[in-house]
Design a protein around this ligand. Structure first.
Ligand code: IPD
Ligand code: CA
Ligand code: CA
Length: 256
């Protein structure tokens, strides 16, 4: 199955690269910060079409077209472009994110970094890979030496879940913080030992389904801010190399 997920991610990637070069229409979703382009929709349609042909009967949960529930053990959780704002502005950091769950457990996931042509892939119990290379999380043990990444939801102006205070607090408790604009790539970079930790609030299942498995299969940990295990529907996400996890929980939870 993982080969098929990589294949369909690359098919979508081709559509996205072509759109990136030739231009596309843009619409607003909930507000003027929350965009969707015609390429998001086109790439998603390609992916769903591929699933219908290769895995007929499987259920689908996709960002732009919603849920297609069938009587199947399998659920495909799809973000056709994770990083649409970057894509729309011409910043080449965005991905295709596809996770597959079997009876509620994620069994495979791919984050395809479209412009770098790197497929970050994991299967449950089989490790995580960047193309052919096996990935491992970092071995940073001290928060003061950690490079962290985060993101902000589209309704950040409402300051959900103390998102602004938490960001400011973590600036004082890490070596640095980045904001790349693709949660799926944030997870992939934790899995690959580039970032030591990643936190965000108000993500959607399609932002994290594949990425969570990447981090876990690379030896890291993904929980909520209290350190409790989470599903793909969780409001809070904290992913790390495991070594700094408790310290990250303590700092994030100390913000009131
Ligand atoms: C967004 C990206 C971003 C994160 C937002 C997501 P989208 O997904 O993952 O990094 O901060 O919360 O909504 O809208 O580009 O698919
Ligand atoms: Ca997304
Ligand atoms: Ca998206």
């Amino acid at each position: 199955m993982i080969e098929k997920i990589i294949e369909v991610s690359k098919i979508a990637g081709e559509v996205i690269r072509e759109g990136y070069r030739s231009g596309f229409g843009i619409e607003f979703k909930t507000n003027e910060s929350n965009l969707v382009t015609e390429i998001d929709k086109k790439a998603e349609a390609k992916i769903i079409d591929y699933i219908h042909k290769n895995f007929p009967g499987h259920s689908v949960l996709a960002e732009e077209s919603g849920s297609e529930k069938n009587n199947s053990e399998f659920l495909w959780v799809i973000d056709p472009i994770d990083g649409t704002t970057n894509f729309a502005h011409g910043l080449p950091i965005f991905s295709v994110s596809i996770g597959v769950q079997r009876v509620g457990q994620t069994v495979a996931g791919v984050v395809y970094d479209v412009m770098r042509d790197v497929a970050y892939a994991a299967e449950l119990g089989n490790g995580a890979f960047a193309n052919e290379r096996k990935m491992l999380v970092s071995n940073t043990e001290r928060l003061e030496r950690s490079l962290l990444v985060t993101g902000f939801p589209y309704h950040v102006s409402e300051n959900p879940n103390l998102v602004k205070q938490r960001f400011v607090h973590m600036l004082d408790h890490s070596r640095g913080i980045r904001r790349l604009g693709s949660a799926a790539i944030d997870f992939a970079y934790v899995a690959d030992g580039i970032f030591d930790g990643f936190w965000e609030v108000s993500l959607h299942p399609w932002d994290l389904c594949a990425g969570k498995l990447l981090v876990e299969e690379a030896g890291g940990k993904v929980t909520n801010f209290r350190g409790e295990s989470i599903s793909i529907y969780s409001e809070e996400i904290l992913a790390s190399n495991g070594l700094i996890h408790t310290k990250l929980c303590d700092e994030l939870m100390s913000v009131k």
